[in-house]
Design a protein around this ligand. Structure first.
Ligand code: AMP
Length: 342
C-alpha cells in the first residue's frame, strides 16, 4: 500500500511473467491503453516480440531474479501492477511472492492454498464442496489415485485397486510414501470452471469452462486395451473449450459463491478477481472438486476472443485478461485500487 501511494495513477503499467496467460493479459491491457511489461526467461522473449503486446521486455536468467531489488525498483518506477498467473505462483512460491514490493492484483495471502494440499482441502471442505474421498493405504478397496507432492502435471501418479497392489507398487518402485495422498479415483469428465469475483461490484461472475488436454492420459484410449498397461501421466499440453449443459450452471455458480464467501472469512479480504475450480463430474452428475486455483488459469486462454458467458453478460467479446483490466481501470477511476491489490 505504501508503494501504491507513490504511484502516478495516470501512468499505471501492467506487468506479468512471460508465460501461461501473458498474451491474454497483456493484449487486453494494451487494448485498454496501459503500458505493458513482460518479464521473460531468456529465449522466451521472442514470443512477446512476435505478438507485439509488450512495451517493455525484461529478460531474466531465471524467474527468481524478479525478487532482486533492481527489478523490483524498476517495476515500481514504471508504476507497475503485477498480474499473477500459474507460472508466477509456481516459480516464485508463496515465500517469494511475499517479498514482491510492487502491488499485485489479487490477494497474495490466499495463494498459499495452492502450495499446500492440506490447507487447500480444508478450504474446499469449508466451502461445502464435494471432494474425492481420501483414504489410508490399508483402506484401499476401490480404484484409487496415488498422488505425490510437487508432481508437476501428475507425473508419477499411479492407480491401484487394493492395499496389496499398493504395497507391491511402492516396493517395486522404492517410493517414499511419507507425503502421498490417496484419493478415490472418480470416473467422470474433467471440467475446469473459471469465475471472476469483483470486489468493486461485490459480485461473482461465471466466465467459462475448459478441460485440459493431457499426455499421456488422453492418448491411452487410442491404443488397444492390451497395451494400455502404463501409468497415466497428466502433463498439460493445452486446453479445450467446453460449453456446459445449462442446467448445471445453477450448482456451479453456487459452488463459486460458496468459495467467495469462505475466502472472505478465511483469508480476508477474500478472493480478488479470477479463480478456477477443477472438477470431475461422474455418471450421476455429482461434481467433485479436486483442486482450486486462486488466480487466472491458462484454461481461460481458450476464450481469448471472448468468453461465451461474458458475451451474454457484457454484450461483447471480453476475455479474462480484459475483465482484469476493466476492474483495474474502474478502481483507478474511483480511487479504489487498494480494494483489488495486495
Ligand atoms: P492434480 O495433481 O491433483 O491436479 O491431478 C492431476 C490430474 O489427475 C488431474 O488433472 C485429474 O485429471 C486427475 N485426478 C486428480 N484427482 C483425481 C481423482 N480423485 N479422480 C480422478 N482423477 C483425478
Amino acid at each position: 500500500m505504501k508503494v501504491l501511494k507513490e504511484y502516478d495513477m495516470d501512468n499505471i503499467s501492467i506487468a506479468t511473467i512471460g508465460s501461461h496467460s501473458a498474451l491474454q493479459i497483456l493484449g487486453a491491457a494494451k487494448k485498454h491503453g496501459f503500458k505493458t511489461i513482460v518479464l521473460c526467461k531468456r529465449g522466451y522473449e521472442t514470443i512477446y516480440r512476435k505478438f507485439k503486446i509488450a512495451d517493455r521486455i525484461i529478460v531474466l536468467e531465471n524467474y527468481r531474479e524478479m525478487l532482486n531489488e533492481k527489478i523490483q525498483n524498476l517495476l515500481i518506477r514504471e508504476n507497475a501492477i503485477i498480474i499473477p498467473h500459474g507460472s508466477f505462483i509456481s516459480y516464485l512460491g508463496y515465500e517469494g511472492i511475499k517479498k514482491i514490493k510492487p502491488p499485485i492484483f489479487g490477494n497474495r495471502e490466499i495463494f498459499k492454498i495452492e502450495m499446500d494440499r492440506k490447507l487447500e482441502r480444508e478450504f474446499l471442505n469449508k466451502a461445502g464442496l464435494r471432494l474425492p474421498k481420501e483414504l489410508e493405504p490399508e483402506e484401499i478397496n476401490t480404484l484409487c489415485i496415488v498422488k505425490f507432492p510437487g508432481a508437476k502435471g501428475g507425473k508419477g501418479y499411479f492407480l491401484v485397486k487394493s492395499y496389496e497392489e499398493f504395497k507391491q507398487k511402492i516396493k517395486e518402485q522404492k517410493l517414499d510414501i511419507s507425503k502421498i495422498t490417496i484419493q478415490k479415483y472418480i470416473i467422470g469428465v474433467n471440467v475446469y470452471f473459471s469465475y471472476f469475483y469483483s470486489p468493486l461490484q461485490e459480485e461473482l461472475e461465471f466466465y467459462g469452462v475448459d478441460r485440459r488436454y493431457e499426455t499421456n492420459v488422453d492418448s491411452i484410449g487410442r491404443i488397444p486395451a492390451r497395451y494400455q498397461d502404463v501409468n497415466p501421466s497428466y502433463v498439460v499440453v493445452g486446453n479445450i473449450p467446453i460449453l456446459l449443459r445449462e442446467s448445471l450452471l445453477k450448482e456451479v455458480i453456487e459452488m463459486g459463491e460458496n468459495v467467495v464467501k469462505i475466502s472472505k472469512e478465511e483469508f480476508p479480504p477474500g478472493i480478488i478477481g479470477p479463480f478456477c475450480l477443477e472438477c470431475i463430474i461422474d455418471e450421476d452428475m455429482n461434481i467433485y472438486t479436486f483442486e482450486i486455483s486462486v488466480r487466472i488459469v491458462a484454461g481461460t486462454n481458450v476464450f481469448i476472443t471472448g468468453s461465451p458467458y461474458y458475451y451474454v453478460l457484457f454484450g461483447r467479446n471480453v476475455n479474462m485478461g480484459e475483465r482484469i483490466t476493466m476492474e483495474i481501470k474502474q478502481a483507478i477511476e474511483k480511487n479504489k485500487l487498494e480494494r483489488i491489490i495486495t
